[in-house]
Design a protein around this ligand. Structure first.
Ligand code: GDP
Length: 485
């Protein structure tokens, strides 16, 4: 395999059942072909149909992406506002503007990719300052980064009130045939109006299909709501006969951390996690304030105790002799706990617990936390690189406890194909009962769902979609969110 791996490991399927293409330069993006050596074998295989669709998308990105003549013509048309052009060249585009924390942006990116595939559009992602430093190019011979000289000024500031918003062009204005629109703007922020969410039900063949440029702004995982649209149902069914692993399979195809991030991941993993008999991830996201809270620590410990994820710690009576270990031949079981969070206090407290006391099972519990940034910040490369490295490290554990509502946790979980124990969001600063719940699936929660039936499009009548379509259910941690199972 050329990666300095052990002979027994050289049989690993580095192309992940055909998800990845051979022939990328290994040196410029080591994670693409190396990650298989760090992760559990894939528990869901891509279907031949999905693989064929990915190859088709790659060809589209190459034929129409930045640097090609169709792209130059399309951007000139966008700039000049020339009307009535239909999508000549057979090239249409989806520009993603994602925002908020890194977890939000990653969920948005994977869902936008699925939407681009479903609607035959070239995906171009706005860099949001750091994106190019975090991820390698996924498509061979094409870039997915929106060029810095992109000619539409102000596209980053588009918001719900824009004249080009889906709500405005489809419901309020009689703005003419779709092909006359310079572009349409899809607004799927978590506070988006129901009318803007109607885009989930757009029958692409009728309207958006003829708009060459679509701008999408979202901060979340919107994929579950695509499953509500009858126009996509057959296609999605063929791509994903199993609905519980859409993010997992797509992320393995699409997301490859850059060498700098991958170096952080592998150095930490090799140093602290690799040799343990078992790895437990605990992702701690506190939405209250950044300072440590005792009730959160209590919740973590109540969860790990309830689910038997960590051994009880037994206080030694003063002066008691500790056991002699390891005696020759008898290996002591080791459990490595990876904690992530903005504060270091929770991990420190758990580590101290197993230092001052002994574990009831005799296991040796070690606790490791890569960083404690104290505060969330945006657009700082080093800060985002740490966050991404930690999501990957979480994905490499065997079992995982996450904080409800957190997209950071959703990504760590789904990247790893892990079914998490989700800690419910505490109210009134008390430990919820139960402190955590085993999730239904590894999928992230879609926090910006549609609340109406696509066949009726009555967006002012709120219905519970969690019961309408098989495999689309209410999220464990956010009952109005939708999750694939
Ligand atoms: P969410 O707010 O929990 O949904 O997750 P996001 O990832 O979207 O936003 C939180 C942001 O705060 C992250 O992107 C990081 O910038 C920072 N952050 C939160 N938790 C952690 C953590 O455990 N480790 C690191 N390095 N950063 C974190």
């Amino acid at each position: 395999a050329g990666l300095g791996v052990q002979p027994e490991e050289s049989k690993k399927d580095i192309l992940l059942g055909g998800l990845l293409l051979p022939g990328f330069d290994e040196g410029s993006c080591a994670s693409r072909y190396q990650s298989v050596y760090y992760r559990n074998n894939m528990t869901r295989s891509p279907t031949p149909y999905l693989i064929a669709r990915l190859r088709r998308q790659e060809a589209l990105q190459r034929r129409c992406g930045p640097g090609t003549e169709p792209y130059t013509r399309a951007t000139e048309r966008l700039k000049s506002g020339q009307k009535n052009v239909d999508t000549v060249d057979g090239c249409s585009y989806l520009v993603l503007v994602s925002y908020r924390g890194l977890g939000n942006r990653i969920l948005a990116t994977v869902s936008a990719f699925l939407y681009a595939v479903l609607t035959d559009r070239v995906l171009l992602v706005d860099r949001m300052e750091t994106f190019g430093d975090l991820f390698c190019e996924p498509f061979p011979g094409a870039t997915w980064l929106l060029p810095l000289d992109f000619p539409l000024e102000g596209y980053k500031d588009l918001w719900e009130s824009a004249a080009e918003s889906y709500e405005n062009v489809t419901l309020h204005n009689n703005t003419g045939p779709a092909s006359e629109h310079r572009f349409v703007y899809i607004h799927l922020d978590h506070l988006a109006t129901q009318a803007n969410r109607l885009v989930y039900c757009d029958d692409h063949r009728q309207f958006l299909h003829r708009v060459q440029w679509v701008f999408l702004r979202t901060d979340g995982y919107i994929a579950p709501s695509f499953f509500l649209n009858p126009a996509y149902r057959e296609e999605l069914e063929r791509m994903f006969p199993r609905k519980d692993s859409v993010f997992y399979v797509l992320s393995r195809y699409l997301l490859h951390p850059t060498n700098d991030v991958w170096g952080m991941v592998t150095r930490f993993y090799d140093s602290y996690l690799k040799n343990a008999d078992e790895r437990l991830g605990i992702q701690i996201r506190v939405f209250d304030e950044d300072k440590p809270h005792k009730y959160i620590l209590d919740q973590i410990l109540a969860c790990t105790s309830q689910e038997h994820l960590l051994p009880e710690s037994i206080a030694m009576s003063a002066g008691a002799a500790p056991p002699l270990r390891p005696t020759a031949g008898a290996r002591v079981r080791t459990k490595a706990v990876l904690t992530t969070g903005l504060s270091g206090w929770y991990g420190d407290s758990i580590r101290e617990m197993y230092w001052l006391s002994t574990s009831a099972t005799g296991e040796l519990v070690s606790v490791h936390q890569p960083s404690h940034e104290e505060h969330q910040s945006m657009f700082r490369v080093r800060h985002d690189m740490k966050a991404l490295a930690e999501m990957y490290l979480l994905s490499m554990t065997d079992k995982i406890v996450t904080s409800g509502w957190s997209t950071f946790g959703y990504v760590g979980t789904a990247l790893g194909g892990l079914t998490p124990y989700i800690m419910m969001r505490p109210e009134n600063r008390t430990v919820p009962d139960p402190p955590c719940k085993r999730a239904m699936s590894m999928e992230p929660c879609g926090q910006v769902p549609a609340f109406f039936e696509c066949t009726r499009k009555e967006y002012d009548i709120i219905i519970d979609n969690a019961k309408m379509v098989p495999h689309v259910r209410a999220c464990e941690d956010m009952p109005w969110g939708l999750k694939l199972t």
